[in-house]
Design a protein around this ligand. Structure first.
Ligand code: NCD
Length: 361
């Protein structure tokens, strides 16, 4: 549907071709987690994100791919990056955007979540981007909306400890681009050793990343204290989650648990660090922030254990000086944190496009 509206640039022809093919291959109505994604799905996402990233988006430029479509963000939990990035992505595709704020809504008058969602569907919403503090709420909402005959797509913007698909997809894209900027596809990730360090217990970002990275053939090393990384986590992708019979990926990369950070970093190709989610901790799970930083925090000195220069990722928000030192965070030769934020826009454009565009335009 782009072709009739766009007139300039060599990126145009390839975008139109790739986008059309991607749409015919895409089979997911909702995007609730990444356990249901095949390698082809990840390849499609990476390719389309790369095309959207290549579009010169200066000034008022918009791609009319989702003209007349409506994207609604329903965020029941705070967000700085995810919500703004989804809204910007939707606008860049020419969709209309609406955002819901729980505090000032009729939820406080007792309206149910389902009725609230149906209200937005009645206004014509095509995609609901839902963030909620409880795991499983976006999936429940998708099921209940289907049951009442609503033709809307639900995109999980992060639910409890469960899943955060768009974040993991942008992490994947950022890594693939780092390893091969010209061809950021599956091959760029195959056999790479990625360390994930920190509060895995409370991290929906890590859980989504485990499905994404292992599907693309990366070998993942998990690192953290027992209280934040329970034994058994290395089994995480060994069986599909409840409700899903088969793993769509025939052979995944490996998962290994390593408590000692210096040993975990040996031979690593990239390190992903996670925020200590104090708001979700019901007990004192670490003895002190200082002690945590000494054992699990990243700094330039610490990274020497990798034996080579490797990039560092963090989904944000960062506790500066805890998960990583301020110097490392601000060092753009190593820290990909801002690059992750930038990549969030084309990746979310790709997701919204696949979920809301139609083959007949
Ligand atoms: C993450 C989230 O909300 O799950 N942030 C994000 O979306 N960029 C991670 C976090 O809160 O630590």
């Amino acid at each position: 549907r782009c072709s009739s509206h766009l007139t300039d640039g060599s990126w145009l022809l390839s975008l139109v071709t790739v986008a059309t093919v991607a749409l015919t291959r895409w089979s997911h109505r909702h995007v609730l987690d990444l356990a249901a994604f095949s390698r082809e799905d990840f390849a499609t996402m990476l390719e389309l994100s790369a095309r959207f990233r290549a579009i010169p988006m200066g000034g008022q430029r918009r791609i009319p791919a989702l003209q007349g479509r409506l994207v609604t963000t329903l965020f029941f939990e705070p967000s700085t990056r995810t919500r703004s990035s989804f809204e910007l992505a939707a606008r860049r595709l020419s969709a209309d955007v609406q955002s819901f704020s729980p505090a000032s809504s009729a939820l406080s008058k007792g309206e149910s979540l389902l009725d609230t969602a149906r209200t937005y569907v009645a206004m014509g919403s095509d995609v609901l981007v839902v963030r909620h503090g409880c795991s499983g709420v976006p999936a429940l909402l998708a099921r209940d909306l289907e049951q009442v005959g609503c033709k809307v797509a639900v995109l999980n913007g992060g639910d409890g400890l469960h899943s955060h698909p768009s974040q993991a997809l942008l992490d994947l894209f950022t890594l693939a681009r780092y390893f091969n900027a010209e061809a950021p596809g599956l091959e760029a990730l195959q056999g790479r050793r990625i360390v994930i360090v920190g509060d895995l217990l409370h991290s929906r970002v890590a859980r989504s990343n485990l499905w994404a990275l292992t599907a693309c053939g990366a070998d993942v090393v998990l690192c953290g204290p027992e209280s934040l990384l329970p034994q058994g986590f290395e089994q995480f992708v060994s069986a599909p989650p409840p409700g899903q019979e088969l793993d769509p990926v025939a052979q995944r990369g490996s998962l290994r648990l390593e408590r000692d950070l210096d040993r975990a970093l040996e031979g690593a190709d990239a390190v992903m660090t996670l925020r200590l989610q104090k708001e979700r901790m019901r007990a004192h799970l670490i003895t002190s922030l200082d002690a945590y930083h000494r054992r699990y925090g990243l700094s330039h000195e610490r990274l020497q254990s990798c034996g080579k220069t490797v990039p560092v990722l963090h989904p944000g928000p960062v506790n500066r000086g805890v998960e990583l030192s301020g110097e490392l965070l601000d060092d753009s030769r190593v820290s990909l944190v801002e690059e992750q934020v930038r990549n969030g826009i084309p990746v979310r454009m790709a997701l919204l496009y696949l979920m809301a565009a139609t083959e007949d335009g």
